[in-house]
Design a protein. Structure first.
Length: 235
């Protein structure tokens, strides 16, 4: 990455310091899985004060970019035969969301993905060299994060903690992991995943996180409603 690109990356990341990034996505089959619906939701969260967005796929990144000049973390998703998700699995997918307007490209940088056909350290290198974009490494463990830092990632996010075989039992904010990441890494840490309450977002920042991404707790009425229903059923 050139000196100019480094300055741009640092500027984008710095603009997110202490901010809330809202992930506006919907799973296939969700009633909200509709471009216009998610674009309207994006407009709403921006009015609420979101400092940035996380978006999946070229149509959504393009539509969200038309709504705002704030930073967008872009990803693509694909699935293997077992139903396991791959986040931005190759350079081509990274290039597509870069062209759509994503400022930051996020990709799965867990150690389990090192054996994929296009290893993520090479994708990071090409994103920097050929696209000049900032890279967010989605990780699950401290070892993942250290490896991503060595490979040149500009920032790491705890997105995949709870979604790999060795972290599958985690369903609450991984406070000990966040503390370890902040202590061990020289690059910023984004907390994403399992944040359901405003005070949890505040705690993440107090622990040293650079910023926080929240998705389902803001943008998925089905999930939010289910939490309230569960509470009403407790004896």
């Amino acid at each position: 990455m050139s000196g100019t690109q480094n300055r741009i990356a640092n500027s984008i990341i710095e603009s997110l310091r202490g901010k809330l990034i809202v992930s506006c996505q919907a799973s296939a089959g969700d009633p909200l899985d509709h471009l216009d619906t998610l674009t309207r939701m994006t407009a709403s969260v921006l009015l609420g004060g979101a400092g940035g967005l996380r978006a999946e796929g070229v149509p959504h990144v393009t539509a969200f970019r038309a709504q705002t000049n704030l930073p967008i973390i872009g990803i693509t998703k694909s699935y293997d035969a077992n139903g396991d998700v791959y986040i931005t699995p190759n350079f081509q997918s990274a290039q597509s969301i870069s062209r759509a307007g994503a400022d930051i490209i996020a990709l799965d940088c867990t150690l389990r993905r090192l054996t994929q056909s296009e290893p993520w350290p090479e994708i990071i290198r090409r994103i920097h060299a050929e696209l000049g974009r900032t890279v967010c490494a989605d990780i699950a463990t401290l070892d993942d994060a250290l490896a991503a830092q060595r490979a040149g990632a500009d920032v790491v996010a705890t997105t995949l903690c709870g979604y790999t075989a060795d972290t599958a039992a985690i369903r609450t904010p991984p406070w000990s992991l966040i503390q370890a990441l902040v202590a061990e890494l020289a690059i910023p840490v984004i907390v994403e995943g399992h944040i359901t309450q405003p005070d949890e977002a505040r705690k993440a920042l107090d622990l040293g996180a650079h910023c926080v991404v929240v998705g389902s707790a803001i943008t998925r009425p089905q999930t939010i409603t289910a939490r309230f229903v569960e509470a009403t059923r407790r004896s």
